[in-house]
Design a protein around this ligand. Structure first.
Ligand code: IPD
Length: 264
């Protein structure tokens, strides 16, 4: 394993320990609302600190873009090394004890994601990828699904939840996708949904209104597993654009056809 990936795995497992310990007494966790329906807990903060502590000890000069503490540097500069971190992707699920959330850590080097870890502490599922060296689930090589027809595909999505203004547009996409695919799922943790596309548990995924820390690690898992990630228009500038569409090459192309009118 690449030494930088190894450090990221250590950081993700450290955060997983913080998270799993907290699940024994969910009722005692303090929850604050960052924005409408957008929650943060003291566990998100402690898990983020655990990740940053491990990474900073190993790489004191690297920059950070983390969900709870923000950016340690101007992200528009092409930094040599930026760690992009979501300590708990799926905080709402976590608060409710709904076991679908993860730690997401990616390394961006001069604008390119080169290392990725998505760790599901509820199942002890560890997804990893290094650019050019493939994607793995618990050290076994993974590939995107081989399904090539939308009608057979299980598609993941995320609903708009902060901003109800987006709901009408979303309902149009919901109808189109529901009519075309075998099933639509909203598991509630985008980084894990992307990891599921990488290992073929989902055939595709789409969501708008995401942050880079929801997408960075999952996107490398998918490309290293033979899939494609882009905007709804099929373009490559999704990471700071908020919208993501992903799938195996054939499903990706069909989803772009259906959803590109919503690319805006
Ligand atoms: C959220 C989850 C959710 C998605 C949201 C994200 P958070 O992440 O990934 O599935 O629909 O857009 O913000 O806020 O729980 O880290």
């Amino acid at each position: 394993m690449h030494p930088m990936l190894n450090t990221a795995v250590k950081a993700a497992r450290r955060a997983g320990t913080v998270i799993n310990r907290a699940t024994f007494d969910l009722d005692r966790i303090k929850v604050t609302e960052k924005g409408q329906n957008d929650f943060v807990t003291e566990v998100d903060k402690a898990a983020e600190q655990a990740v940053i502590d491990v990474l900073k000890t190993a790489y004191p000069d690297h920059a950070f873009l983390a969900e709870e503490t923000g950016a340690s540097a101007n992200m528009h500069d092409q930094h040599e090394n930026v760690w992009i971190i979501d300590p708990i992707d799926g905080t709402t699920n976590f608060i409710h004890g709904f076991p679908q959330y993860c730690v997401s850590i990616a390394l961006q080097q001069r604008g390119q994601i080169t290392q990725a870890v998505v760790y599901d502490p509820t199942r002890n599922d560890l997804f990893t990828a290094t650019k050019g060296a493939g994607a793995y689930l618990n050290e076994k090589r993974i590939r995107v699904s081989r399904r090539d027809k939308m009608a057979d595909s299980l598609i993941g999505t995320g609903f708009p939840f902060r901003d109800n203004d987006q709901l009408d547009e979303y309902l149009k996409m919901f109808r189109i996708m529901t009519e075309r695919c075998a099933g639509l799922r909203r598991p509630g943790a985008a980084a894990l949904d992307l990891a599921y596309v990488a290992c073929g548990r989902l055939d595709g995924f789409f969501e708008k209104g995401l942050h880079p820390w929801d997408m960075a690690a999952g996107s490398l898992l998918i490309t290293e597993a033979g899939g494609i990630v882009g905007t709804f228009a099929g373009e490559s500038d999704y990471l700071y654009n908020g919208q993501v569409l992903a799938g195996s090459p054939k499903i990706f192309a069909q989803m772009v056809q259906l959803l590109s009118p919503f690319a805006k």
